[in-house]
Write a protein of this length. Structure first.
Length: 510
């Protein structure tokens, strides 16, 4: 017999008493995954030298992780719905720790690349399970705002933590510790999750696994991510790059066709085609394109042009991280129950665009305090404010059995956006640098100075593109995300009645 609206309301008044402890372990796991994306970048030169990895193959230390993580995310989200999020979360943590131990102990190139691919595969299990656990654990609107504020701050600022930690470990210990450091994170999070997290009953999707969907989505996403990686090294017009993009388009189109036909799809199109969630996935992916590109440029600018050490470079990113934490926990979380999500996401992306706009003025002699610091603060505040409602909206309105795959779509948009941002903006910067060198080579008297000027000109040119991409992300958020503020929402119950959200229950489609 279906529950009445009153019984549903009563259920929601009995939240898990250990939910805030659970958030600690979920957040710890998310921090580990996010910082791993940047911590290895700092250690890569030292690891390359120790293991004898060629310049041509060093990109695979990054690419092997990105391909496995990006390609398997949807599969990982579906496994979370099938096995249960808690079990998938713990398995993902244990596997990630084992892969990190293998990377830290790597004796040659093959062990290193294999460990990175394994990290990506287990990360693809872990990340969607973490976000979907958060979505089903926090159902009160105000508590949900706080929880997603913390999660959003970690998702946005974890990369900067990785730069600082990577700098410390590489400079004062050894590059191997950038891998070994994951082990205590994973062990503590796994033990805590096992004893503290309680997954609500009835949320699993036990339908048979959609094998054609798994194969098509994995191959399509791998081809897309790898295509952007090859574009960075071979150019956009190379046969390999074009072939990979064509293959990706065909595979992903076939995936959508299959998902519309099969009885139990890997990615139910109802998850993807909802106007609000679709707007979140698209705008968030575009914003990450800009942010990841900037991380790369500022790292090179500070180390090569300004001569900062790895540790000093990491600390130079602290204002951005502080801005993200403030924007997410103090602005986004406080306003989420008072205004509609688009009035946080749209303006947030525009504030971030203003921060980027400041950074287009980069020159060799630019002052850190006068230009880079305010640019980073604005970028962090804007991104943090936008990320917080985006993370919450990504699983807003989904059926419990779809929470894992909906969470996987957020991570997929971020991962693909990061790969695109690194390749696209780096290619734009390289082209602008080359053009500057050609135009100014004749009258140059100092070749080293000319090279530095050309490099900074290239960075500034690419950042202009990042500004435009953020403006487009803001426009998409304003246009597509039309849901009202949470405490004005009407919730559909299973028996056709409706309950006003004054009871603080989330929107769940039945």
């Amino acid at each position: 017999m279906p529950k009445t609206a009153e019984s549903r309301a009563a259920d929601t008044q009995l939240p898990d008493p250990r939910r805030w402890k659970a958030l600690v372990f979920i957040a710890l796991a998310q921090l580990m995954v996010v910082l791993d994306a940047t911590i290895v970048n700092i250690a890569l030169p030292s690891a390359q030298q120790d293991l004898g990895i060629s310049d041509a193959n060093r990109q695979w230390v990054i690419t092997a992780y990105a391909l496995a993580f990006g390609g398997l995310l949807l599969f990982g989200g579906r496994i979370a719905d099938l096995w249960g999020r808690k079990r998938t979360f713990v398995v993902g943590l244990i596997g990630f720790a084992a892969a990190s131990a293998l990377g830290g102990a790597a004796a040659n190139e093959a062990m290193m690349l294999g460990s990175r691919a394994l990290q990506g595969a287990f990360g693809a299990l872990l990340a969607p399970a973490a976000l979907s656990l958060l979505a089903v654990t926090f159902t009160d609107v105000r508590e949900r705002a706080k929880a997603f504020g913390i999660y959003g701050a970690i998702a946005g600022g974890g990369g900067a933590v990785g730069l600082i930690l990577g700098g410390f470990l590489t400079e004062y210990l050894n590059w191997r510790w950038t891998f070994f450091v994951n082990i205590p994170f994973a062990v503590v999070a796994a033990i805590g999750a096992y004893f503290v997290i309680r997954e609500p009953a009835g949320g699993r999707n036990r339908s048979p696994l959609d094998i054609p969907g798994v194969v098509l989505s994995t191959l399509g996403l791998v081809a897309l991510v790898y295509g952007f990686t090859r574009a960075e090294s071979d150019g956009w017009a190379s046969g390999m790059t074009i072939g990979l993009f064509v293959a990706s388009a065909v595979l992903l189109a076939s995936f959508v066709l299959v998902e519309s036909k099969v009885k139990s799809p890997l990615l139910p199109l109802r998850v993807l085609l909802d106007r609000n969630r679709g707007g979140v996935y698209l705008s968030l992916g575009l914003a990450v394109i800009s942010m990841f590109g900037l991380f790369l440029f500022l790292t090179y600018y500070l180390q090569i042009v300004k001569g900062f050490s790895p540790v000093k470079t990491g600390f130079a990113f602290l204002p951005m991280m502080a801005g993200m934490i403030t924007g997410s926990t103090q602005i986004g979380a406080r306003l989420m129950t008072r205004v509609a999500p688009r009035w946080l996401m749209g303006p947030g992306f525009l504030v971030a665009a203003v921060g980027m706009l400041l950074l287009t003025q980069l020159e060799i002699g630019s002052s850190y305090a006068g230009l880079i610091l305010p640019g980073q603060l604005l970028l962090g505040l804007g991104m943090g404010t936008a990320f917080m409602p985006a993370m919450s909206m990504a699983t807003h309105g989904v059926e419990p059995r779809d929470a894992g795959v909906a969470s996987a779509m957020v991570n997929t948009s971020q991962q693909v956006g990061g790969a695109i941002g690194t390749a696209l903006l780096n290619t734009i910067a390289a082209s602008a640098t080359t053009a500057y060198l050609v135009d100014n080579a004749a009258g140059a008297t100092n070749a080293q100075l000319l090279q530095a000027q050309a490099m900074v000109h290239g960075y500034a040119s690419a950042i202009w593109w990042a500004v435009g991409i953020l403006v487009v992300a803001a426009a998409i958020a304003f246009a597509l995300i039309t849901t009202g503020r949470p405490n004005m929402t009407v919730v559909a119950s299973g028996d056709g009645e409706s309950v006003e959200d004054e009871l603080k229950i989330p929107v769940v489609a039945h």
